[in-house]
Ligand binder design. Structure first.
Ligand code: HEM
Length: 348
């Protein structure tokens, strides 16, 4: 479609005016538990209702939401930047970064946003909805053991760049030194790196995310588990494989790790400290998980959380709250998006 110069000028002027109307982003200290209690009464229950329904239909969605929280907040703070779709103005948003392979649950968040918009138009940000959703998912998947209040009042950002996501997020081929440096840049300690990695008790990863593991020596990966992963990865073109072997098909576990069959679960994706037991037994998928065992302090924390599941539940909740407070870059502006995948001025 061709636009005349006058129409183009008018469109640019409208977009500029809308951007000027954007408000400066709230900083971490200004976030507040119960932020919407007057502005949009009951919004947390609306989100919870959708998450209960979605996880009943497919429990796997819970893992996707928890990962989304991490991937949103680690890049430009928690500003919903990971939710934005490609557009003419921004052809390569965060979603397209290779490190964001497998991200999911975008449609669910859009569905929740639509019902929140009906109740209170242009009041609740997508970034807050994502944190509420991930909080509820963590609570459901842990049978209520991981629970926390969400300080809210975030704004949705305007910027989303694949290059930035690729540079800021950790990679599964990283070694412990790189992971520690990566987390330190966001002011997270070695202990918090170990605590948050425990999220790999649930969900799945594509074979391309652990290609290197398939040939690692027995000192780094239990050979029977390596054989299981090799078998799973031979079954398709880059198929996803569950992160926690107890969520694997019974028949596959019986074939490759018969001693493990009693631990196979009928209900997958239970969020607990099993990641630490798996890690010590060298039955984790990612090199980045195994590498925690090669650092004295990190290894100490792996043992600590393997021994104390209740402590992990509490510390994991605290670390998710800390993640959820990562602010947008200083001076950034934000808005309350009407749709989570699109910046408002592109809706006109
Ligand atoms: C320490 C650095 C981390 C690395 C290198 C890493 C890497 C990965 C990779 C490669 C995948 C699989 C992607 C795919 O192939 O589809 C994955 C999945 C996952 N990660 Fe991480 N991750 C890290 C930390 C975290 C943290 C901090 C959280 C949350 C608190 C998290 C939560 C998850 C979850 C829940 C999944 C499964 C997602 C699903 O099933 O949809 N990860 N991670």
């Amino acid at each position: 479609m061709r636009l005349s110069a006058a129409v183009l000028c008018a469109l640019v002027a409208v977009q500029a005016a809308l951007l000027l109307a954007a408000v400066p982003s709230a900083q971490a200290g200004e976030l507040e538990v119960g932020y919407y209690s007057k502005k949009c009464k009951g919004v947390e229950n609306v989100v919870k209702w959708h998450i209960i329904k979605a996880l009943k239909a497919n429990r796997r969605t819970g893992a996707a939401l928890i990962r989304l929280l991490f991937h949103d907040c680690f890049v430009r703070g928690c500003d919903g930047s990971v939710l934005l779709d490609a557009s003419y103005e921004n052809p390569h948003p965060e979603k397209e970064a290779p490190v964001n392979i497998g991200l999911a649950a975008f449609d669910l968040l859009e569905e929740i946003k639509a019902s929140v918009e009906k109740r209170c138009p242009e009041v609740v940000s997508c970034s807050d909805i994502l944190i509420y959703a991930a909080r509820d998912a963590a609570s459901i998947l842990s049978n209520g053991n991981v629970h926390f209040d969400v300080p809210a009042g975030r704004l949705d950002g305007f910027v989303s760049k694949a290059d930035e996501a690729q540079a800021e997020l950790p990679d599964s081929i990283h070694d412990v030194k790189q992971l520690i440096e990566n987390f330190a840049k966001k002011n997270f300690t070695v202990e918090e790196l170990v605590i948050l990695s425990g999220a790999h008790a649930i969900g799945q990863g594509h074979c391309s995310s652990f290609t290197g593991r398939l040939t690692e020596p027995a000192s780094q990966i239990t050979p029977a588990y390596r054989d299981l992963l090799n078998y799973k990865c031979s079954q398709g073109s880059n198929p996803p494989v569950v992160n926690n072997v107890r969520d694997e098909d019974y028949g596959v576990v019986a074939r490759f790790m018969p001693g493990f069959t009693s631990r196979v679960r009928k209900i997958p994706d239970f969020l607990d400290n099993s990641y630490y037991h798996n890690n010590l037994a060298k039955i984790v998928t990612f090199h980045s998980d195994w590498t925690l065992l090669t650092h004295k302090e990190a290894l100490g924390h792996v043992h600590e959380y393997a021994d104390n599941g209740t402590l992990w539940d509490e510390d994991f909740a605290d670390s998710l709250v800390k993640l959820s407070k990562l602010p947008m870059p200083a001076g950034s502006k934000g808005e309350i998006r009407k749709k989570c995948s699109v910046i408002n001025h592109r809706l006109y």
